[in-house]
Design a protein around this ligand. Structure first.
Ligand code: HEM
Ligand SMILES: *[C@@H]1O[C@H](CO)[C@@H](O)[C@H](O)[C@H]1NC(C)=O
Ligand SMILES: *[C@@H]1O[C@H](CO)[C@@H](O)[C@H](O)[C@H]1NC(C)=O
Ligand SMILES: *[C@@H]1O[C@H](CO)[C@@H](O)[C@H](O)[C@H]1NC(C)=O
Ligand SMILES: *[C@@H]1O[C@H](CO)[C@@H](O)[C@H](O)[C@H]1NC(C)=O
Ligand SMILES: *[C@@H]1O[C@H](CO)[C@@H](O)[C@H](O)[C@H]1NC(C)=O
Length: 318
């Protein structure tokens, strides 16, 4: 009994010290909202059963949240009289989606634990649960992020990478938020699920040489050279669109990446090519690396302690 008590005390001290230093912890809600992980998992499963694509969309929201002033839920905010939503920044406009699914999950969480769980943490948990749903790896999500009081549309334009980026542009873009070259190769593997619009892969299928000609030709059938059909969707992984696996990397080796920014990861750079081959040949290595890099992405500049707030409605500050 005394042993258990001491052990418990140590745990409490340990988790307090983590919070004091502004770090996140896996047990952040264990006393304030003990069921939060189950509630969110159920919500994610339900959302994806209703619309197969939405898990990819909400995984992408966590990425687009973290790259713009840290993982602070800023991407979820709508326009107000004092700031412009990030939702209409170029990389998000007519593209970022899944906001209704996030609203539904947030409402369930609020019902169980009013005012406790941040929107930023909900995005981090959702991202993990979506990856698991499609057959990918799992990991322990670190929690304790708080929500921003504002959004910044120009920051979203400045910090989110685009499909026309070359390898050096992507590397710089990830370095700007403290992520490594390895993180870039690994996290791009998220494109094993989800779809992209003609507007984002048009340049690659008409202007680039590092694409399989037959693959390019087949995509050109529904994505005309000049304009029009901008919203025609194609899978980012043409082999197994809604299966989280290593086929994305195999596609790159076959020159069948959909985006310019995908194919530049396998285009003669020795370090990048080496990693792409490694993950193409070993799903287990990809999964381990992906879980690790997702935790690193989730750690980008969180608001903690008394900074920011716990939003009641993810779309607007309290
Ligand atoms: C490396 C730089 C990246 C670039 C340039 C990039 C770019 C894009 C583009 C252009 C699309 C299609 C958007 C559209 O046509 O509407 C897309 C979709 C997607 N991206 Fe990325 N992305 C990158 C990294 C990531 C990362 C790190 C993740 C997550 C960890 C991610 C997850 C996704 C997902 C899941 C989709 C599909 C979304 C859906 O179907 O709704 N991407 N990305
Ligand atoms: C938010 O503001 C932007 C820029 O002013 C505008 O383009 C967009 O339509 C607005 N969005 C909504 C949902 O009102
Ligand atoms: C977003 O897209 C809509 C519809 O295509 C367009 O009318 C609007 O101008 C775009 N907003 C911004 C800020 O570019
Ligand atoms: C928004 O982001 C831009 C680009 O990073 C920055 O220059 C600007 O100061 C930010 N605005 C606010 C109000 O934080
Ligand atoms: C991409 O890199 C090139 C060459 O280093 C540079 O000139 C260009 O400004 C970069 N573009 C972006 C969007 O960062
Ligand atoms: C369609 O996408 C292209 C880029 O591929 C862009 O230049 C054009 O403005 C878009 N057209 C419309 C109507 O949004």
């Amino acid at each position: 009994m005394a042993f258990i008590k001491h052990y418990f005390l140590l745990l409490v001290i340990f988790s307090l010290s983590l919070n004091v230093y502004g770090k996140l912890s896996t047990n952040f809600y264990s006393s304030t909202c003990p069921n939060v992980l189950n509630i969110i998992k159920e919500g994610v499963d339900e959302a994806i059963k209703k619309e197969t694509r939405v898990g990819g969309s909400i995984l992408r929201l966590h990425f687009h949240d973290c790259f713009v002033n840290g993982c602070d839920g800023s991407i979820l905010l709508d326009n107000t009289s004092t700031f412009q939503s990030e939702k209409t920044a170029a990389p998000n406009n007519n593209s970022a989606r899944g906001f209704e699914a996030v609203d539904l999950i947030k409402a369930k969480v609020e019902k169980a634990c009013p005012g406790i769980v941040s929107c930023a943490d909900i995005l981090a948990i959702i991202a993990r649960d979506a990856v698991v749903y499609y057959g990918g790896p799992t990991w322990k999500v670190r929690l304790g992020r708080r929500d921003s009081l504002k959004a910044n549309r120009s920051a979203a334009n400045a910090f989110l990478p685009g499909p026309s980026f070359d390898l050096n542009n992507l590397t710089t873009n990830f370095a700007n938020v403290g992520l490594s070259f390895r993180d870039l190769i690994v996290l791009s593997g998220a494109h094993t699920i989800g779809v992209a619009r003609c507007a984002t892969y048009r340049a690659h299928i008409y202007n680039d040489n590092n694409i399989d000609p037959a693959f390019a030709k087949s995509l050109q059938q529904t994505c005309p050279r000049n304009t029009g059909n901008n919203n025609t969707l194609q899978p980012l992984d043409y082999q197994t669109n809604f299966r989280f696996d290593e086929k994305y990397y195999q596609n790159l080796i076959a020159k069948k990446g959909l985006l310019h920014s995908d194919q530049v990861l396998y285009n003669g750079n020795q370090r990048a090519d080496y990693d792409v081959k490694k993950y193409a040949n070993d799903q287990c290595k990809f999964f381990k690396a992906f879980a690790k890099s997702m935790v690193r992405m989730g750690n980008i500049k969180p608001l903690t302690g008394t900074d920011g707030e716990i939003r009641l409605n993810c779309r607007k500050p309290n």
